[in-house]
Design a protein around this ligand. Sequence first.
Ligand SMILES: [Zn+2]
Ligand SMILES: [Zn+2]
Length: 103
Amino acid sequence: MALQLRPNCEWCDRDLPPSSTLARICSYECTFCADCVESKLHNVCPNCGGGFQPRPIRPATEWRPGLSVAKRPPSEARVHLSYSLEDIAALSARLRDIPPENR
Ligand SMILES: [Zn+2]
Ligand SMILES: [Zn+2]
């Protein structure tokens, strides 16, 4: 039900903890940093072709019972690219000029 909050950028492998303001996700929760979304992917998810949005930050404080980073911890499974850089670049080139809502 809740977001997995994956721990890293699939491209550059930088850490993206639950409090990170740099985390970006697609609708399937493919997770990248803002820098890679901008400069490498051009807002094209290499796994699904969708666009990205900032990942919501899960509160560290348990403001409501059972809901906090400690009570609903992030995923620890690091995820890495599933396609070659050439394949990703080709998909991005095909889709980057089409707004996500029209893909
Ligand atoms: Zn990155
Ligand atoms: Zn995706």
